[in-house]
Structure formats: structure tokens, C-alpha cells
Design a protein around this ligand. Structure first.
Ligand code: ZN
Length: 153
């Protein structure tokens, strides 16, 4: 199940359409090359099409929803936010479509991180558990659009 996450949720939103000629995302500047969206030099001539990550963020259609509940958010919020950003940066190396769409602060002890695909939310959850212990629950139901990850400490 866990190994299958990429194929069940991430793939449908990766554009598999064959674009004729060069395509650039007008929002984030990624270039669609050899069947993949990547960070690359813009070609001289191109069509503009929103990449799947920007599309998801625009539509509020997130693949991963990570719920953080901890009193550590009161004392170590900056440190935790840094860890989240670092995970986003390293996820983008292998796939630049893996991004944080938004972060909602529900209270001083609760935060929700929305990611374009579930992989990033899952890896942030695991990193939080590694760094601060606590409990991590990863839920992915076949008929739901998003993986839900809960970290509590
Ligand atoms: Zn984009």
C-alpha cells in the first residue's frame, strides 16, 4: 500500500498529454521536457500551460493534508517551519511538482500543511516524528483524493 502511493494518487494529475512543442508554466516557470515538468531554461518559443502543481494549488485540490498538533508549535514554531521548508526543498529535487500549497494555523498548537501530492506530506510527517518523536498516522483511502497524515506530540 505504502509503496503504491505514487501510482495511486500522484500519477492521475501528472500531465500525460503529449504537448506539441515546448510548454512552460506561466506561474512557476517549470518547463515540460521529455514527458516531465522540470526546472530548466525556457526555450525561445513555447506555449503556456499551468503545471499540475500550480493547477492543484489554484483548485485547492491537494494530494496530502498534514495535521500537526503539538504544544511544540508554541515554543519551536520557527524550527518546525524550517524543517517543513527543508523537506519541500529536498522533495523538489526529485520532483519539482511536490510543493506546499498552503499552511493554515488553526491555533497556537495546531497547524495544517497542504501539499500538492501526498509524498511530501508523508515525508514531512516522518521527519517530524524523527526529530521530535510523537505519534504519526498516515491514512490513504482508495476513494479519497488526499492522503491524511496526523502528527501529534
Ligand atoms: Zn507551475
Amino acid at each position: 500500500m505504502k509503496n503504491n502511493l505514487y501510482s495511486t494518487n500522484e500519477r492521475p494529475y501528472l500531465s500525460s498529454k503529449k504537448h506539441k512543442g515546448a510548454v512552460v508554466c506561466p506561474k512557476c516557470g517549470l518547463v515540460f521536457l521529455d514527458g516531465k515538468w522540470k526546472k530548466a531554461e525556457k526555450p525561445d518559443e513555447y506555449k503556456e500551460i499551468l503545471c499540475p502543481a500550480c493547477k492543484r494549488i489554484r483548485d485547492g485540490y491537494f494530494g496530502g493534508i498534514l495535521n500537526l498538533k503539538s504544544s511544540l508549535l508554541k515554543t519551536k514554531k520557527d524550527e518546525i517551519l524550517n524543517l517543513i521548508k527543508n523537506k519541500e526543498e529536498s522533495a523538489q529535487v526529485s520532483n519539482p511538482l511536490r510543493r506546499i500549497g498552503k499552511i493554515e494555523e488553526k491555533s497556537d498548537t495546531e497547524m495544517i500543511v497542504y501539499t500538492t501530492f501526498e509524498h511530501l506530506a508523508t515525508s514531512i510527517g516522518k521527519a517530524l516524528k524523527r526529530a521530535y518523536k510523537g505519534d504519526l498516522i498516515i491514512q490513504y483511502r482508495e476513494n479519497e483524493k488526499a492522503a491524511r497524515i496526523y502528527w501529534e506530540k
